[in-house]
Ligand binder design. Structure first.
Ligand SMILES: Nc1ncnc2c1ncn2[C@@H]1O[C@H](COP(=O)(O)OP(=O)(O)O)[C@@H](O)[C@H]1O
Ligand SMILES: [Mg+2]
Length: 215
């Protein structure tokens, strides 16, 4: 009997999540075929997209931090109900680019709203549903920032100190999450090449699939 499988990929901006997922997808497709569901918040869900526009839009500088955290949780709830839960019900393999850990790291630690507080509102939003397995891409903040800056088209001549401090807080929160959840979160060194990371991630995924009787 096959079970559903829910995995997330986490890490700060610039860690290489999208790059890794794009490299993993052909391997996973070959292995899983139609059982593979790859998604990312807001997942193309209408309500979640609207909320996303509201949260990320530059026209709302008055947005309160808690309002922002609640809106992210609301968008996550809708994406979960419309995309993730139906797929899990059909025993699919769901791979999500970010999930609750991102909110804990970004809103809880980065914006200093409180890790426990942000975890609590997300427990409500997700009905306590957690990924079965999470790969966390760990990257020294200076390198993460450099990768983001290298991609920016606007002129950036110096390392933005605020961005670096924020990144450091986010990374510390991720490291603590990994330490506190050793059976769910597996850390990979994101300074390795994308090819090496792909092989390491595939090994971890295969082990998890065997353990959980997925295939
Ligand atoms: N393992 C890696 N080594 C070096 N550079 C990488 C690696 N993975 C991604 N990059 C580069 O870093 C930048 C951010 O990668 P991306 O996958 O968009 O990160 P994320 O989705 O985590 O924000 C991109 O320019 C990408 O080409
Ligand atoms: Mg990305």
């Amino acid at each position: 009997m096959k079970n559903s499988f829910f995995m997330s990929i986490e890490g700060p901006d610039g860690a290489g999540k999208t790059t890794l997922i794009n490299l993993l997808l052909p391997h996973l497709e070959e292995k899983l075929g139609d059982d593979l569901v790859s998604t990312r918040e807001p997942g193309g869900v209408r309500i979640s997209e609207k909320i996303r526009d509201l949260v990320l839009g530059v026209e709302y500088p008055e947005m309160d931090g808690r309002t922002e955290a609640l809106l992210f949780a609301a968008a996550r709830s809708q994406h979960l109900v419309e995309v993730i839960l139906p797929a899990l019900k059909e025993n699919k393999f769901v791979l999500s680019d970010r999930f609750v850990d991102s909110s804990i790291a970004y809103q809880g630690a980065g914006r200093e709203l409180g890790v426990k507080e942000v975890a609590d509102i997300n427990k409500f939003a997700t009905r306590n549903i957690e990924p079965d397995f999470t790969i966390y891409l760990d990257i020294p903040s200076e390198i993460g920032i450099q990768r983001i800056m290298a991609n920016r088209t606007d002129e950036v001549n110096r390392l933005d100190k605020d961005a670096l401090n924020f990144h450091i807080k986010v990374r510390s929160a991720y490291l603590k999450l990994a330490e506190d959840n050793p059976t769910r979160i597996f850390t990979l060194d994101a300074t390795k090449t994308p090819e090496v990371l792909t092989q390491e991630a595939l090994e971890l995924i295969n082990k998890q699939l065997e353990k959980g009787d997925y295939l």
